[in-house]
Ligand binder design. Structure first.
Ligand SMILES: Cc1cc2nc3c(=O)[nH]c(=O)nc-3n(C[C@H](O)[C@H](O)[C@H](O)COP(=O)(O)OP(=O)(O)OC[C@H]3O[C@@H](n4cnc5c(N)ncnc54)[C@H](O)[C@@H]3O)c2cc1C
Length: 400
């Protein structure tokens, strides 16, 4: 067993930490206040190779391992959740699905420009009437010769109004839809230039205000069958496969958010005095800080284990779900406590902890709510659920 990071991990960690500190941290409060997505961040992340971080070099990526992806997410969310969300959807949910499930032609056409940062990618499963209940979606893809015609709406989609490519899930078998049999779902890659495809931005979000979240409407979007990812009927499996990678990035990101809460709270606990001593000397402040320190370490170990399993090519749905569940719930607690440590100052945007608090809630909801992960973990423990080998797996690292 080896707990130390390798040199290549530390290089990624430092690169992303320096990027966040110099390029984003000085502006993030204003971007969050203005609810503005800064597109130049995408170019900068692309230039650093982050948008294709763990995509093999032959597909335009940097060829790093999955642990590096987790470390990068931890560093990004240390600065702001909106940055980590970019990697979650562009790389975790979309590009790694193309890498694993795409044909060679699809990898060349869609994955290579995404890994190079020339095209931005999003993932659309959630609809206005269905989130946790993925089989409850209504979007349809009706076959017409060698084409499909797509109808429907996806919402709460990160990067919806920014992305060039969209990984979308829709019913291709109406009979199976009636029976709620997920074998009737298929996955498609859509591009922004397609006729009948429009996107919009959601406003009034609680957090992740420097990030773009929106909707996509498909009104008779016609695609040739070479835009279908995987086989007909494999959509649900692809959606769940994608979540194994997305949840990993959410877990590692939430770990970074806990560390950000810890660092801000320690700093303030030394500065602020009450009853003649720095507040850090009061036992109940110590309790909150101790909990942040504990939850940072636990969350970190959980996501690193999941990343290690991905490197080895081991199925990690259970471990990734546990990492996501634990870290996101702990990050919400840490952010609430960080506001408390800051007293009234924590309640204003003079300090970053109120932004951490608003941002933390989203991750408890997306990529499987707290309740869904609780049920998953209970079902594994009770033996009601078991991970079986899948037809398609993430390539092991080092890549060929
Ligand atoms: C900021 C943000 C970004 C997002 N980005 C994306 C994205 O890029 N792509 C995408 O596809 N989606 C995205 N989502 C959507 C997200 O994945 C869904 O919101 C999430 O899956 C929950 O679905 P829902 O909102 O429809 O809630 P619902 O499924 O309606 O759940 C409502 C409540 O009921 C509970 N519940 C539901 N079913 C059960 C059950 N069986 N047992 C117990 N409790 C249950 C839930 O836990 C929750 O508390 C995003 C959401 C947010 C907030």
């Amino acid at each position: 067993m080896e707990f130390a990071l390798a040199d290549h991990h530390r290089m990624v960690q430092k690169m992303v930490r320096d990027f966040g500190a110099s390029e984003v941290a000085p502006h993030i409060r204003e971007l969050d206040r203005a609810q503005m997505f800064d597109r130049t961040i995408l170019q900068k992340m692309g230039a650093l190779g982050l948008l294709g971080l763990c995509v093999p070099e032959r597909y335009g990526g940097a060829g790093s391992d999955y642990i590096s992806l987790g470390l990068a997410c931890e560093e990004l969310e240390y600065v702001d959740t909106s940055l980590r969300v970019i990697l979650s959807v562009h790389l975790g949910l979309n590009s790694l699905s193309l890498l694993a499930w795409g044909t060679e032609d699809q990898r060349r056409r869609f994955l290579v420009p995404q890994a190079r940062g020339e095209k931005v990618a999003a993932y659309g499963l959630t609809e206005p009437a269905a989130g946790s209940d993925a089989v409850g979606i209504q979007a349809t893809a009706v076959r017409d010769g060698r084409n499909y015609v797509l109808h429907g709406e996806k919402t709460w989609m990160s990067l919806a109004d920014v992305a060039d490519h969209f990984l979308i899930f829709a019913w291709t078998d109406p009979a199976k839809q009636k029976q709620r049999d997920h074998a009737g779902l298929s996955a498609f890659v859509l591009t922004r230039d397609m006729k009948g495809l429009t996107t919009s931005t959601l406003h009034g979000k609680l957090g992740i205000r420097a990030g773009n979240t929106g909707s996509i409407t498909m009104d008779e979007v016609r695609v040739s069958e070479d835009h279908r990812l995987g086989q007909e009927g494999e959509g649900f499996r692809i959606a769940m496969f994608a979540l194994d990678q997305g949840r990993y990035t959410v877990a590692s990101g939430a770990t970074g958010l806990i560390r950000a809460c810890l660092d801000a709270s320690v700093r303030y606990a030394h500065e602020r005095r009450a009853f003649g001593v720095p507040i850090g000397e009061h036992q109940l402040i110590k309790e909150m800080i101790a909990r942040m320190g504990r939850d940072y370490e636990v969350s970190r170990l959980l996501y690193l284990r999941a990343g290690w399993m991905k490197n080895q090519g081991q199925r990690n749905t259970r471990e990734t779900s546990l990492a996501k569940w634990y870290a996101t719930v702990a990050s919400e607690q840490a952010a609430g406590d960080a506001v408390e440590v800051h007293g009234a100052y924590g309640y204003s945007d003079e300090y970053p902890v109120e932004r951490f608090y608003r941002n933390a809630k989203g991750a408890v909801i997306y990529e499987g709510t707290r309740e869904i992960h609780t049920l998953l973990q209970a079902d594994y423990a009770l033996g009601y659920r078991e991970d079986k080998p899948t037809r398609v797996t993430l390539p092991t690292w080092p890549f060929d």
